[in-house]
Design a protein around this ligand. Structure first.
Ligand code: 5AD
Length: 362
């Protein structure tokens, strides 16, 4: 590793900020030694804040109807091969019941942009979940909605919102999405969510078509300035019934490299080792944790629909991916020196910023 690369990595670990050009330099000069150093520093930074705890989230995929037509996504509206489903509120509550018994203290309601899930239906559902499980966090991942809607869901009790920005480079965004979708609106949604008081998560795919290191450097700068509470990154994986069916899979190495970098940019961030990472490699999940991730999100959807939330080919939904197999996941984490904890798993901000987590009344 050359001296500039070494110095940049040390600076990142100490100052949590470098220039876009410097991010670009770290990406352009990927090598095993740099990956090892980043990993070592990332693990140290995470250990200081979270020790060896891994947080788990029960992921409930509430609907695969989607009004959007993102070129990469298997549940895009034009995919006629997708067998559509949506869960009823009762089914969702049953999933949470199962999850609670298994030890989950965060429920993530994730779905395509499905007009069926109006504010009324969602507020009622969130209220019920929070009444029943006041010790749990409810995370929403339901795409772009208006400020009013986000506010109503927040006031009903939702704690967190995940909305991947997908890419921080406008012209790259436009190559991944049809023209009716807007980069600016997506970014605005993230700032609105943050402003309302949600713990907010952004994220992107690694190795998506047309992605360059320049685009990734911009993603990293965006993360540095936005400081998301959560950040979901995983490799792009082609789906057979999308325009990107013949594109290349993103790499495990680059994803892990980026996980380490993101941990150093913002040591407190909640960083999942994603299903996509587990899908491209047998030990993907473990490698993600060992690179600096501290969250795993097993699938808690009803078995009858599990195969249908197919964002990409061969998406895992069994084994360690399954909430019901939490024991297996615990064993796998233990084997690499980590422990799965029964906890809401909120972000631990540094001294002085603690009360940022108190819910704002709106
Ligand atoms: N490969 C990997 N990730 C994907 N997503 C959607 N399609 C794919 C794919 N083909 C991710 C997007 C989206 C999240 C729900 O899943 O980043 O925000």
């Amino acid at each position: 590793m050359n001296e500039r690369l070494y110095t940049l990595i040390r600076t990142l670990a100490e100052k949590h900020s470098i220039s876009i050009d410097d991010y670009r330099y770290i990406l352009d000069n990927y090598c095993i030694e740099a990956a090892d150093l980043l990993r070592e520093l990332a693990v140290k930074a995470r250990k200081k804040i979270y020790d060896n705890s891994v947080f788990v989230r029960g992921l409930i995929e509430i609907s695969n109807f989607c009004k959007n037509d993102c070129f990469y996504c298997g549940i895009r509206r034009s995919n006629k091969n997708c067998s559509r489903y949506r869960l009823s509120s009762d089914q969702i509550i049953e999933c949470a019941e199962d999850g609670y018994k298994l030890g989950f203290r965060t429920f993530v309601l994730q779905g395509g942009e499905d007009a069926y899930f109006t504010d009324e239906i969602l507020c009622d559902l969130i209220t019920k979940l929070k009444e029943k499980y006041s010790d749990c966090a409810v995370t929403l991942s339901l795409g772009e909605r208006g400020r009013e809607s986000y506010l109503r869901l927040y006031n009903a009790g939702a704690d967190r919102y995940l909305l991947r920005h997908e890419t921080a480079m406008k012209n790259h965004y436009e190559k991944l999405h049809p023209s009716e979708m807007s980069f600016q609106n997506r970014m605005n949604c993230l700032y609105t969510l943050r402003d309302i008081g949600y713990q907010t998560g952004c994220g992107f795919m690694v190795g998506s078509p047309f992605q360059t290191n320049e685009a990734l450097a911009q993603d990293l700068k965006f993360i540095e300035t936005f400081k998301p509470d959560m950040c979901g990154i995983g490799p792009f994986i082609p789906h057979n019934s999308t325009p990107f069916a013949a594109e290349k899979v993103g790499s495990l190495e680059t994803t892990c490299y980026l996980l380490s970098i993101i941990r150093l940019i913002y040591p407190s961030v909640l960083l999942p080792s994603t299903t996509a990472l587990g899908t491209i490699h047998q030990r993907g999940r473990e490698e993600g944790i060992l690179a600096g991730a501290n969250v795993v999100m097993p699938n808690l959807s009803p078995f009858s629909v599990r195969g249908k939330y197919e964002l990409y080919d061969n998406k895992l939904c069994t084994g360690e991916e399954s909430a019901q197999c939490l024991n297996e996941l615990c064993d796998r984490m233990r084997a690499i020196g980590y422990k799965v904890v029964i906890d809401r798993g909120d972000i631990k901000k540094s001294e002085g910023k603690r009360n940022l987590l108190q819910r704002k009344e709106k």
